[in-house]
Write a protein that binds this ligand. Structure first.
Ligand code: ZN
Length: 452
């Protein structure tokens, strides 16, 4: 079996991946999921696609992969959005969780094995917070429960931040209820009109970090193989997850390997609402851009590198997929290429810290001389997922810049031109339609048209 080597953010080194499961047959991975109150942008999509790619590689190498990715459905931003619209938070979270899953599905992202929601695990969060208080790692003050950072000397192990940087990075005003400026919230009080749960510390709601510690432990155990997320989550979120989990379980580790994907910019600039350059996956899919092309554009940069989203890169990805699909036979169901071995060079590239740029360059080589190997290898990365004929038909449809009603109008004009014996005009209209992929057929029952 090929050895998978991954860059572990925790040790800052490339390591051979070995599943903790004693039989080494099962892999357990947790990835921080979305906070669901608006549409997913290309930065959210990058994390989802990168960890889906890792999952697919793991599935190729191991018989069983459990991929847990949570849905954060309680958060101040969600409450704010619900208040603005005058609806319960569930209206917002259910809507955007469904949209998120549909949009990521368009990008070929497999549904996580388990996709737990924070609001379904509040009881577990209360239990873990209680445990942390009992063990002297957390304290209650003014309806808040805070994690006491000085109680955990290893704090900062993941991010490498020293104490001054931790305090600056916590970006929280000095609250009177904090014993130490680096302390972070596990539980906070809710107003009567705010969503909340009864707890030993009064009516309130959990802080964000505790949900991941609780859900990861419930579904994957005290220590599991891989924890993933965007680089921006390293501090404070992941640092806090480690502190909570290690203090609750008594283990010296939470996840054995931490994998982070790099930042995303758009056409060389930071993506921000104020710049008006936030790229939403939903918009692109609605515009008929194939999800596989978005996926290919995202994976064309190594996952740890910063990724710059460009229109040019997207168009290049579309062209590449057109080319790859063109290598595949027509009517594949009947001209099936059967099972085939995965190209060694391709697999080695992926096993070397998921080197997708190299793997994609090998797909280009395979496209030239071995369609069966191309498809088999591409499938591991989540490409060439549709029959080639469907892809070609879909691409033709999206190529059309004319709608059916306009075609009907042109066909009538052409019929009139023919009736008037203006054959030059009739031919001109026919050629124009042909350039748009519309074929005209003149028969005994009149003129009909079809897409090429
Ligand atoms: Zn998390």
């Amino acid at each position: 079996m090929s050895k998978l080597i991954l860059q572990n953010s925790l040790t800052r080194a490339k390591e051979i991946f070995i599943p903790a499961d004693p039989t080494h047959q099962q892999v357990k991975m947790y990835v921080c999921g979305p906070t669901v109150y608006n549409y997913a942008h290309i930065g959210n999509a990058r994390a989802a696609v990168v960890f889906d790619m890792l999952r697919r590689v793991l599935q190729h190498l191991y018989p069983k992969v459990t991929h847990v990715a949570n849905i954060t459905d309680i958060d101040d931003k969600i409450i704010e959005a619900a208040n603005k619209q005058g609806v319960p938070i569930a209206d917002i979270t259910e809507k955007y969780a469904a949209i998120y899953n549909a949009d990521m599905g368009s990008l070929g992202v497999l549904t996580p094995t388990i996709q737990p929601k924070a609001t379904d695990h509040v009881e577990g969060m209360i239990a873990m917070i209680n445990d942390l208080i009992d063990k002297g790692h957390a304290y209650e003050k003014e309806g808040h429960v805070l994690f006491y950072v000085p109680s955990y000397p290893e704090y900062g192990v993941l991010s490498g931040r020293n104490r001054d940087e931790q305090i600056a990075g916590a970006r929280v005003e000095i609250a009177p209820y904090k014993k130490d400026p680096a302390d972070f919230v596990l539980w906070k009080p809710s107003g009567k009109s705010q969503p909340g749960w009864d707890s030993p510390w009064g009516y309130g709601r959990p802080g964000w970090h505790i949900e991941c510690s609780v859900m990861a432990r419930q579904y994957l155990g005290d220590v599991f193989d891989i924890h993933g997320g965007g680089l921006d989550l390293t501090f404070p979120h992941h640092e806090n997850e480690i502190a909570q989990s290690c203090c609750a379980t008594g283990c010296d580790k939470f996840a054995n390997m931490w994998i982070h994907n790099g930042f995303v910019t758009v056409e060389g600039e930071k993506m921000s609402k104020s710049l008006g350059n936030v790229i939403l996956v939903h918009d692109m899919i609605e515009d008929g851009i194939p999800g596989e092309a978005i996926r290919l554009a995202l994976l064309s940069t190594h996952y740890r590198q910063p990724f710059d989203w460009t229109e040019k890169g997207l168009q290049q990805a579309v062209k590449t997929l057109d080319k790859w699909y063109d290598c595949l036979p027509h009517d594949e169901e009947n001209n099936g290429m059967g099972e085939t071995q995965i190209d060694d060079e391709f697999l080695s590239a992926l096993c070397d810290d998921l080197n997708t740029p190299l793997a994609i360059s090998i797909l280009h080589k395979l496209a030239k001389n071995d369609p069966a190997k191309l498809r088999a290898a591409a499938n591991i990365l989540g490409f060439l997922q549709t029959p080639a004929d469907s892809w070609r038909a879909l691409r033709k449809k999206t190529h059309h810049t004319i709608n059916d009603a306009d075609i009907d109008v042109l066909v009538s004009k052409r019929n009139q031109a023919r009736a008037d014996k203006n054959f030059a005009e009739a031919d001109h209209i026919r050629d124009h339609l042909a350039s748009l992929g519309v074929v005209i057929k003149d028969g005994p029952d009149g003129t009909s048209w079809t897409y090429e």
